[in-house]
Design a protein around this ligand. Structure first.
Ligand code: AVJ
Length: 321
């Protein structure tokens, strides 16, 4: 049997599914849009630009931890795993681990097909020994499509979930996601996950209100995207970007606030916005190390190791089953 080194499975979500999610979010009494809609081509580019701003510390801090502790992390996990990354984006972070970790196969999953294709090509060129099985899929709809290709010598499954993407989930949904990861990797499997930490609210506030206005553009891009893909008539100039830290809920909230009363048309529906009404586009929950360990334990994981930067801004945990 021949094994291709690079495979691509396309389960890109249909436009109709996106429309349904957008409509149900905007017709609900508290208007909301799912944060996964941020990541069209422009949104992914804007997110990458946000990661370069001086205020947005998570990405560079997590990269620093991965650099400093790559050998230790790889040793904790062990070689030849099946490494699954939901929401892999540009696969930048995993590259810091591949050489030391030497997985049997790397399985990136992402909702953005162009992004995924580009990064798979780059990975194939940089790591000629690496088997890659990429999937264009909305992983929030389930991790079931993860089917490793036949690669010999694989040990266990390990999910890599960096970037504090787990912060986008409400605590109950975060627990449900961790349980799904546990059932995907099974006994002997593991989870390597990046989690942003609680800290001075001012530092958090600035990270989501960068001086260049890139986070503002990123938030407003959701409306541009809905116009372009679903033929709506939002005027993004008539919405404010509003992001703040909610200490009671331990989360950053991002909203788009209507400037004045307005009506928007979308797929035959008329959406009414009151002056000052909000569309809640994202939560980004922050945890202490202990809080997150407790959550993982509740999901069935054994408490394992964790690594921090010197400033204790960000954490990377490894849990096994
Ligand atoms: C990619 C979800 C981790 O919550 O910090 C960045 C997204 N939103 N700036 C985050 C984001 C606004 C980011 N995550």
């Amino acid at each position: 049997m021949t094994v291709r080194r690079i495979r691509f499975t396309d389960r890109e979500p249909a436009q109709a599914d996106i429309l349904e999610e957008v409509l149900s979010g905007l017709l609900s009494p508290k208007k909301r849009l799912p944060p996964k809609l941020f990541y069209d081509k422009r949104g992914s580019e804007l997110f990458e630009a946000i990661c370069e701003t001086p205020e947005y510390y998570p990405t560079r801090t997590e990269i620093g931890i991965l650099r400093d502790y790559a050998a230790e992390i790889a040793e904790t996990i062990g070689r030849n795993c099946i490494l699954v990354e939901p929401g892999s984006g540009n696969s930048q972070k995993v590259q810091l681990l591949l050489e030391t970790l030497r997985p049997a196969v790397y399985m990136p999953m992402d909702i953005s097909k162009d992004h995924l294709k580009t990064s798979v090509q780059a990975l194939g060129a940089t790591f000629p020994w690496l088997h890659v099985h990429a999937m264009c899929v909305d992983y929030s709809a389930g991790l079931e499509p993860v089917e490793p290709p036949p690669v010999s010598g694989a040990s266990k499954k390990v999910v890599f979930f960096p970037g504090s993407t787990i912060g986008n989930f409400e605590p109950g949904d975060a627990l449900a996601f961790l349980r799904r990861v546990a059932s995907l990797v099974g006994p002997g499997g593991g989870l390597l996950i990046g989690v942003d930490l609680k800290k001075d609210p001012t530092v958090l506030h600035q990270a989501y209100n960068d001086a260049q206005g890139l986070t503002r553009e990123f938030n407003l891009n959701m409306l541009h995207r809905i116009n372009a893909e679903l033929d709506a008539d939002f005027d993004p100039g008539r919405f404010y970007h509003y992001a703040f830290y909610n200490p009671r809920e331990s989360r950053i909230e991002m909203h788009l606030i209507s400037r004045g009363a307005q009506e928007i048309h979308l797929a035959g529906a008329v959406l009414r916005f009151a002056d000052g009404e909000s569309v809640h586009t994202e939560n980004s929950y922050k945890y202490t190390v202990e809080e997150f360990r407790k959550l993982a334990r509740t999901a069935g994981f054994r408490v394992g190791s964790h690594w921090l930067d010197d400033g204790k801004l960000f954490s990377i945990h490894y849990f096994d089953l």
